[in-house]
Design a protein around this ligand. Structure first.
Ligand code: BG6
Length: 458
């Protein structure tokens, strides 16, 4: 019996819909390792990370989480968490070592084993076809600067989606985060292939990237059953009102559309906005009507990767203005990861309001933290718990207000190779000791298991 007087304490009513899909996400290069096993070809990330001095500590994904060999025990961890879905990506060079043509059956076989094990565990696979590991052979021919890459992606997507559909996969995403692999890879150069192109070249390259999505969408549809769902996982700048009055909300709505004009907006509308083309002037991309039609073909769902807010205010000239986030703005460990939970309210809300999207998944959300093993060998990542809890509260509010969000995937199941940060940033619910490959569920794993079990913010 409690030592405290009984009070009537109503449990939180922050319930999610009964069919809500809870999951976790990973990506091939970040977790698989086995970079030269069973005929896998070389990707731009192998080349980039192997360049001395490129990544902190000269980290690379050669071994990463060794998921290629440990997927069975990692799936057992998913069962422990109680999640119903696992988002993974297929490595293009594992399936097509030369980017085009010959298929490496052994590569496809790995994903068939993975999918079979997921099904056996009662976990629904969500398959991303392109999470940035472009075959090096294609980069040598210009990579995303070359229109052919969009066609090659579609050909690879056709083969892979057919094999995955045969294995029972019903959910597909063409590409992951258009802005990241284009801008980080080719504009700032912090990601592979590490180039710094000018505005005109970037505008054309961005067009080929969304075209890659559009051509792949059609290719996947032609190779999977009619009831399979095909979408993408994009990371729109999450324009968020600072103040929740009508004027600021309208500014954020305009901002959400314009900030993403060359990516999600082009895909949702099959055209570039007037403002986008006007701003680019002579640097605007060349495109055809047929290309825009492919880019704008309807998707079955929109996946949103949402981490940080882009706060905006009204502006007389362009309708909205982005507010810079100064050094005292709250952040997680990654400098770019500013904290603003209500972006997880507004991003799905605007996606539904502006384009009438009927089915949305949060395909990534999560946080980097300075995780340390305590004296008892545990990781008490209260900061990550707080981050996820606050964001989920806003997501629940969005759903309660009518946003059609069907599921949520934490980035990430476990610590992994975080691109230009190597292993110096941890995002996992499960801690990984990379020297021994030991997995230690963090406090956030326990928290997430409770959320999944009770289907509410807890
Ligand atoms: C997203 C990506 O950008 O966020 C993931 O889709 C990535 O692949 C995650 O790992 C965290 O970003 P970063 O740059 O800190 O690794």
């Amino acid at each position: 019996p409690s030592r405290f007087p009984q009070t009537h304490f109503a449990p939180s009513s922050q319930q999610f819909p009964s069919e809500f899909l809870w999951g976790t996400a990973t990506a091939s290069y970040q977790v698989e390792g086995a970079w030269n096993v069973d005929g896998r070809g070389v990707s731009i990330w192998d080349t980039f990370s192997h360049k001395p001095g490129q990544i902190p500590n000269n980290d690379n994904g050669d071994i990463a989480d060794d998921e290629f060999h440990r997927y069975k025990s990692d799936i057992a961890m998913l069962r422990e968490l109680g999640v119903k879905a696992y988002r993974f990506s297929v490595s293009w060079p594992r399936v097509m070592p030369n980017g085009t043509g010959a298929v490496n059956q052994k590569g496809l076989d790995y994903y068939k084993r993975l999918v079979a094990a997921l099904h056996e565990a009662g976990i629904e696979p969500y398959c991303t076809l392109y999470h940035w590991d472009l075959p090096q052979v294609l980069q040598d021919k210009g990579g995303w600067q070359n229109r052919d890459t969009a066609e090659h992606l579609a050909a690879y997507a056709a083969v892979t989606s057919r094999a995955m559909a045969d294995a029972g996969v019903h959910r597909f995403m063409t590409v992951n985060e258009l802005r990241t692999f284009t801008e980080n890879g080719y504009k700032t150069g912090t990601h592979a292939p590490g180039l710094k192109l000018d505005r005109k070249a970037m505008a054309q390259l961005n067009h080929y990237a969304v075209l890659g999505h559009g051509l792949s969408l059609a290719a996947v549809r032609a190779n999977v059953p009619h009831d399979a769902l095909v979408g993408l996982a994009d990371n729109p700048n999450a324009a968020t009102p600072v103040i929740n009055d009508a004027e600021h909300i309208e500014a954020a709505r305009i901002g959400f559309r314009e900030e993403n004009a060359q990516y999600l907006t082009a895909i949702m509308e099959g055209r570039y906005t007037d403002l986008y083309l006007r701003k680019l002037g002579a640097d605007a991309p060349h495109f055809t009507d047929a290309e825009m039609k492919a880019i704008g073909a309807p998707v079955d769902f929109v996946g949103l990767n949402i981490y940080q807010p882009t706060y905006v205010t009204p502006d007389a000239a362009s309708g909205y203005k982005v507010i810079p986030q100064g050094p005292t703005f709250p952040r997680m460990l990654s400098p770019w990861l500013t904290i603003g939970p209500e972006c997880l309210y507004w991003a799905p809300t605007f996606t539904a309001q502006i384009w009438g999207v009927k089915s949305i998944y949060i395909t990534e959300n999560g946080a980097s933290a300075e995780d340390r093993l305590d004296a008892s060998g545990q990781v008490m990542d209260v900061d990550r718990v707080m981050y996820i809890r606050n964001y989920l509260s806003q997501l629940q509010r969005a759903i309660a207000d009518g946003a059609p969000v069907r599921g949520y995937f934490v980035w990430s199941l476990m610590d992994n190779y975080e691109w230009n940060d190597g292993y110096s940033k941890r995002f996992g619910l499960v801690y990984v000791d990379f020297a021994t490959q030991k997995r230690i569920p963090k406090l956030s794993a326990r928290f997430y298991r409770s959320v999944v079990k009770e289907n509410r913010v807890i």
